[in-house]
Design a protein around this ligand. Structure first.
Ligand SMILES: C=C(O[C@@H]1C=C(C(=O)O)C=C[C@H]1O)C(=O)O
Length: 247
């Protein structure tokens, strides 16, 4: 697929990608913050945090009122918004706005990602652990659902190519059209570099001994999280959005 920065209602593929690049900082920092704590499996154990009148584990409970504005993890229990709506959703096609992969993101985060970047063990710090998990989840969710905006820009720029594939419900062709392998490779390399930069021990003077190769979160793991889950899920959001684009 072409990666031309066509102007579409003031939006360009370039400006959307700039936002994704900036969001990498938030994601890498949130992973670093969570990695300060070990696995703390009890934080996710519903029987350990049984509270009469509530159900679910600490993260389920916390997630119920610490809702992200963008794509809620618990859409049925949303408190009223305290802030005026962000202008981002108005750029989207109405039928595609509701695409929400948070159930999958939630499962992938706890079952696949988390075990890769936290140490095993338990330090009892369950409330902080759950709070940092939610920060990671919200940052990841925002990034992945940004795929809607990416898809909208691509659709407007290459409508002739996308329309037949959307009408044919042809996910494979849509996936091929929206995929840009070179950009994906650059993303994976850049997040690894950010993990090295943000996650290094910063020392004063010329005391550099022992800091080499020791990062707060493993750069290769961060790259892998992106390559295996974050990017594929972003593309799933793009495809789901496009399938609704002509509704
Ligand atoms: C988000 C985009 O669409 C796809 C997904 C990418 C990603 O998740 O980083 C990168 C390139 C594309 O394959 C994009 O083109 O920028």
């Amino acid at each position: 697929a072409k990666a031309k920065a066509k102007v579409t209602g003031g939006l360009t593929l370039e400006s959307v990608r700039d936002s994704l690049i900036r969001q990498e900082d938030t994601i890498v920092f949130s992973l670093i913050e969570r990695a300060r704590f070990p696995a703390n499996a009890l934080a996710y154990d519903p029987s350990y945090f049984s509270d009469p009148g509530s159900c679910g584990s600490l993260v389920d409970f916390a997630g119920r009122y610490e809702n992200p504005e963008e794509s809620p993890f618990f859409p049925d229990n949303l408190p009223p918004s305290q802030v005026p709506p962000h202008k981002f959703p108005r750029l989207l096609h109405p039928a595609g706005r509701s695409v929400n992969l948070n159930k999958i993101i939630w499962d992938v985060y706890f079952n696949k990602l988390l075990p890769l970047f936290v140490a095993p063990g338990d330090d009892g710090n369950y409330a902080s652990t759950a709070a940092h998990d939610l920060e990671c989840l919200q940052a990841l969710s925002r990034r992945i659902h940004y795929g809607k905006l990416v898809a909208e820009v691509k659709f407007r720029g290459e409508r002739k190519d996308y329309e037949p594939a959307i009408r044919a419900r042809d996910k494979k062709t849509l996936m091929d059209l929206l995929t840009d392998q070179k950009v994906e490779e650059a993303v994976k390399r850049r997040v690894a570099k950010k993990a090295m930069t943000f996650g290094q021990e910063v020392k004063l003077g010329n005391d550099t001994v022992g800091s080499k190769g020791k990062y707060k979160v493993d750069p290769d793991i961060v790259s892998r999280l992106y390559g295996e889950w974050v990017i594929p899920l972003t593309k799933d959001v793009e495809v789901e959005y496009l399938l609704r684009r002509l509704d």
